[in-house]
Design a protein around this ligand. Structure first.
Ligand code: GLN
Length: 486
């Protein structure tokens, strides 16, 4: 087996046993990135020199008897997460050339765990999108079919993991941006509970919804990265000061007696029949494994999309006010200060401008109660649906997205069509739970289908173990896209 085909946990075993060095693994990944990433374009920046230094230092530390959780493991980081000394663009021209003077909390965690950082991955501008087509720089291709999108906004991270261009990667999920690309690329992606890891150093999109999340080729890989990056940090007042359990230890694969809720509102018209069939088969498989399947209702699901598209743009319009050309990134000079700010802000792409306008409108005097205020009330109803559901069940199973990966360009001029890609993921962000997507089959075109498992607040262990049990009883995760195979 090629080094780059190892899963993260296999690599970690090899590093621990001394049969592989981190420098070998890092060189193999960097060489593959050079060979293959011209077709996938998952990376915006490749930090090859830094990666090789980190790898050499990891090997040296291991030789001294050290063994931190990700010692010597090459990882990719979404380009919306600040990395000291390394460009961080958020996929936007307005941050082109911006080099953060500090690391995000999760990057600190990665470094403390001994990880090697390969580079920064592509994203829709400010994480607004579902395809990476809103990136100001490039559109990433889906490794299963390069004419198709990888999903988004963390499409670069999902594609990098699927194409074996990183052993795991970090993304962010505000409305589905980890789970939906994981589903489109046939990898595992976790959106942890809001506050499970500090958002310090993550470029803010919608602060009440944003959360960092890990991608891996297997549930165990995703868990290993989650374990290393989760945690409290006082610099983010919304991060939760709770203990981080040993998630890797809970992957027993035993789900006998687990109550799995299947919400009827998630099997709507518009869902592709092959997606529905694969998800229903996966649920039946979980029943085979000893889970108890319970039909449930999440009655306010249909309001999630409009509520999200009021709250997220409202928060974004406030967060993005800071980009004035004075403090970060490039500045386009005009005759006076106002002109300079105007010109600089015209560096935002069309989707970002659309969100700023939507958000500013929803927050403006006279409309606040009618739009933003009402959206907050309905958000409470959506949250309440989950509170009720989790009285009856341990986890909830749904499709991750109604379709498999669509063609590049197909929805680029259709914002509403694009928004629908997240119809099944948004409710979770509006509530207080956690969720993941894992592969549960392929459609007749060979494109991956994702199963979403949702858990209650801080119950990541339950969904990770259920996902692991299902994964270990199937072979979907063993199929790899042919990218670069020759
Ligand atoms: N696609 C959704 C949006 O455009 C979600 C994005 C995200 O989770 N960052 O807002």
């Amino acid at each position: 087996m090629k080094l780059t085909e190892l899963t993260l946990t296999q690599l970690r075993d090899g590093l621990r046993q001394g049969s592989i060095t981190s420098v070998e693994a890092t060189q193999a990944m960097l060489a593959r990135i050079v060979d293959v990433d011209n077709d996938i374009r998952s990376y915006l920046t490749i930090t090859d020199e830094m990666a090789l230094e980190q790898a050499a230092s990891a090997d040296a530390r291991r030789a001294q008897g050290e063994d931190t959780p990700l010692l010597g493991v090459p990882i990719a980081v979404k380009d919306i997460i600040a990395t000291q000394g390394v460009p961080t663009t958020a996929g936007s021209k307005i941050l082109d050339g911006f080099i953060p003077p500090y690391d995000a909390f999760v990057v600190d965690q990665l470094k403390a765990a001994g990880a090697v950082i390969l580079g920064k991955t592509n994203t829709d501008e400010f994480a607004m999108g579902s395809s990476t087509e809103n990136s100001a720089f490039v559109t990433t291709s889906n490794p299963w079919d390069t004419e198709r999108v990888p999903g988004g906004s963390s499409g670069g991270s999902a594609a990098a993991v699927a194409a074996r261009l990183a052993f795991a990667a970090l993304g962010t999920d505000t409305g589905g941006s980890v789970r939906q690309p994981a589903s489109f690329c046939g990898v595992v992606g976790l959106r942890p509970t809001y506050g499970r890891m500090s958002r310090w150093g993550v470029v803010a999109f919608a602060s009440s919804l944003d959360q960092v999340g890990p991608f891996g080729r297997t549930v165990a890989d995703c868990t290993a990265l989650f374990q290393a990056t989760a945690g409290y940090d006082r610099r983010d007042s919304t991060s939760l000061d709770v203990p981080v359990p040993d998630f890797e230890a809970v992957l027993t694969g035993d789900i006998r007696g687990l109550r799995v809720g299947v919400p009827k509102e998630y099997f709507i018209s518009g869902i592709e029949p092959e997606v529905e069939a694969a998800v229903r088969a996966a649920i039946a498989q979980m029943e085979q494994l000893g889970a108890e399947i319970v039909e449930i209702s999440l009655p306010h699901t249909r309001y999630a999309l409009p509520v999200y598209y009021l709250i997220a743009p409202a928060e974004a319009s406030a967060n993005l006010a800071r980009y004035d050309g004075i403090r970060y990134g490039p500045r386009v000079d005009g005759e006076n200060m106002i002109e300079s700010v105007k010109r600089t802000r015209s560096l935002f792409g069309p989707e970002v401008k659309r969100r700023i306008m939507l958000g500013t409108y929803a927050l403006s005097t006279g409309y606040y109660d009618e739009y933003y205020g009402r959206a907050l009330k309905v958000r409470t109803l959506i949250k309440q649906d989950f509170v009720e559901a989790f009285k009856q069940v341990d986890i909830i199973a749904t499709p991750t997205s109604p379709t498999t990966a669509f063609k590049i360009g197909d929805r680029a001029d259709d914002p509403l069509g694009m928004y629908l890609a997240d119809i099944f993921t948004l409710s979770l962000n509006l509530s207080a739970g956690c969720g993941l997507s894992l592969p549960c089959g392929f459609d007749s075109q060979g494109l991956p289908i994702g199963l979403q498992l949702i858990g209650d607040t801080l119950q990541e262990a339950k969904i990770l173990n259920a996902a692991h049990a299902y994964e270990q009883s199937t072979a979907w995760h063993q199929q790899l896209p042919l990218t670069g195979a020759s």
